[in-house]
Design a protein around this ligand. Sequence first.
Ligand code: ADP
Length: 486
Amino acid sequence: MMDAEVMRAALEQAREMVLFYGKDGTISYANESAETLLSYDSGLIGHNVLEIYPGVFRDRDGVLELNRSLELDGFTMDAYRENRTCFPTVVRIAGSRSGADILLAIDISKDVYLERRIEHVDKEKQEASKVKSEFVANVTHELRTPVNGILGNTLELKEMETERAKLRILSLIERGCADMNAIINNILDFSKLESGKFTLENREFDFREMMDYVRSNHKIKIADKGVDFIVSIAEDIPRRLIGDELRIVQVLNNLISNACKFTAVGRISVEAVRTDLQDNRMELFFLVADTGIGISKEDQDKLFQSFSQVDASISRRYGGTGLGLNICKQLVELMGGSIHVESDAGKGSMFSFHIWVEVPEEELEKLGQKVGRVGAVMPDLAAGLGGAASFEEFQRENSVNIVMTYGSPENMEEIKRKLNKLILSAEMENWEKAEGFVTTLRELTEQAPKDIKNTALRLKMAVQKEDYDKTAQGVDTLRTLLNQEA
Ligand code: ADP
């Protein structure tokens, strides 16, 4: 048996308020917490619990009755002090064998205060975010109007203009407008995704047409760089699917544009395979691999964060806002999937993502799949990676290192390709492109004998000065020197 003194001490020191009361509600015992919190001048004994908890009890001819059903975990109810101010508590009521009932209550005013504060802060945050996204929406809209105005006028001027130099400037303005529009769209998408206002528009579409469209978006630009471009689509992906075509294209465009931006030699491959079918939902797996500059392991973690660019100097050279991959990640997640990267600095990158789409009834029938059948298929990467079974193999086969090793057949081949591209760009007076090729040429001849390196350097200066004669001369000299080498 526990000592009565100990029990009393425990009751006295409990944080919970404890009251004993009789059938008519008269309090016969109150612990220290109750006395302190309820602050009755002459003590609680002799008062009625009804005064403290008018919401819990009622008086029926001198007998106390409960106003509500009892809940095991207690219920929230205000407790009244003698001066009729009140505070929130959680109340539990227990019977006892001696006839007196026991009321236990905890003061929760602090929790309630905190809860209200959090609610308030949440509301303020929502309000601020709403204001922010409205602001972004307005500003981007306001920006779009003048940009499109400039673009329209530039196109009109281009029609009238015949002078080459002026046409070149107009083309530059046109490109600037297109870039600006792309950035505005990115900011708008980003702000919508952040505020949770982004909704997908799922419709039936032709998958193969979509992939053709993606291919044609990049074909010329990649070929212009002298880089190979391979797109392959698994046979077992149905022609018609239901999903947000526009957004799938957006993710693919972004990844392929990046691959193009950061790849000077080698190959870019895009691959689409089917990896799972559950009822009428199909999982598609996409892969965009390149043999470009690659991304170091440390930088890969930052990649999908907003506004993150791996290297400020690189982005200055290549441009961009650092929003693209974050938007891709959010879009892919909205489509029920995820996005990953595998890369090594200097050895190319492989971005892959999967999404879920729906298969229309007729296509399901064509597939001969009974609805309800579950079929997970491992992606067959071999096709898209040009026969390589894995990214490692892809890297090995397309190793930029071999191309970059001066004197290797791959290296010589690439130098010749770039020289052809360079002279063509110079003839077209596309000096920006020419500068890209001459930069790659210098990298390709990094380990070459001095006379070749010096010619490459002079060639670069000629290109920077936009001097056609000197450029043509440099290309010729370099070709002769290389032939002597061989
Ligand atoms: P941006 O709009 O600046 O291109 P992204 O989010 O698309 O933004 O890309 C962020 C950064 O990730 C790029 O600036 C680049 O440093 C790096 N990156 C993305 N794709 C590649 C790639 N295929 N190869 C090398 N670096 C890449």
